[in-house]
Design a protein around this ligand. Sequence first.
Ligand SMILES: Nc1ncnc2c1ncn2[C@@H]1O[C@H](COP(=O)(O)OP(=O)(O)OP(=O)(O)O)[C@@H](O)[C@H]1O
Ligand SMILES: [Mg+2]
Length: 248
Amino acid sequence: MIIVRDAYKSFNGNQVLKGLNLEILEGEMFALIGRSGLGKSVLLKHIIGIMKPDTGDIFVDEQNVGSLHGKQLEAMRRKFGYLFQEGALFDSLTVFENVAFPLREKTAMKEPEIKDRVFVELEHMGLKKDAHKYPAELSGGMRKRTSLARAMIMQPSIMLFDEPTTGLDPIIGQSILNYIQLCHRRLGFTGIIVTHDVPRVFTIVQKIAMMDDGRIIINGTYDEIVRQGNPAFQQFLSGSIDGPLHYV
Ligand SMILES: Nc1ncnc2c1ncn2[C@@H]1O[C@H](COP(=O)(O)OP(=O)(O)OP(=O)(O)O)[C@@H](O)[C@H]1O
Ligand SMILES: [Mg+2]
C-alpha cells in the first residue's frame, strides 16, 4: 500500500532522510518509533505528499506521489486521514463543526446525515456533551480526541497518527489506543502510528519500524525485533541512559 524507496531529504543542509526504505502492506497497522527530531513527522508528510523528497520515490496504492499534481494529488490525499501532531483544529469552529468540516467540504452529504455521522463519532470519543465547545475551552485530551474524530470521519483507507497519545494521562492514552484499534477492526485501514508510547502501542500494531539517522534501522513484528536484540531498540524501550548511547 505504501512504499518509500531510497528517500533523501534535507532542509538547508540538515540531512533528515538519508536513503530511507519502508514498505507497508494493505490493512497493516504499523508503529513508527525513534528519538525526537529525527524525522518521523517529516516522513509522514512525505507519504501524504505535503513534502517531496530531494531524491527517491514514494508510492501510495501504486501511484508515485511525486509525479502527482493538482486534482490527482488531491484525489490521492483523500484516501488519507491525518492526525497532525499539533492537532490543527480550527479555533473559530466548535467541536461539532471541526469534525463536520471534512464532510461539509468534501462530500455532498446533507446536513441531517452529517449531524448523525458526527454525533456517532463524538459518542465514540466521549465528546458528545462537548460538541458546542470551542478548542480553547477543551483540555489537551479532548482536543486530541476531537482531532482524531475529524481525521476518521471520512473513513479513510489510510490513517496517519502522529503521536496520538503524547501529553495525555495513561487512562485517556489507553482509551485512544483502544479506539484506534476498534476503528482499525471496523474500517480495515492501513495505519501508521508515530509514537513514543512504548511498549503499550505494540499491543495494537502488527509491525514496528524504528528510525535512526535518516533510515529505518529495525523493521518487523515485535517478536522478530526482540529476537534481533538491537541495542538501540533495547535502549529506546528502557529509556536507559547508562552506558554508551546506542543512537547517533
Ligand atoms: N518545514 C521544515 N523546514 C525545515 N526543517 C524542518 C521542517 N520540518 C522539519 N524539519 C527538521 O527536520 C527534522 C525532523 O523533524 P520532525 O518533526 O520530523 O521530527 P520528529 O521525529 O517528528 O520529532 P518528534 O518526536 O519530536 O515529533 C528536525 O531537525 C526539524 O528541524
Ligand atoms: Mg514529530
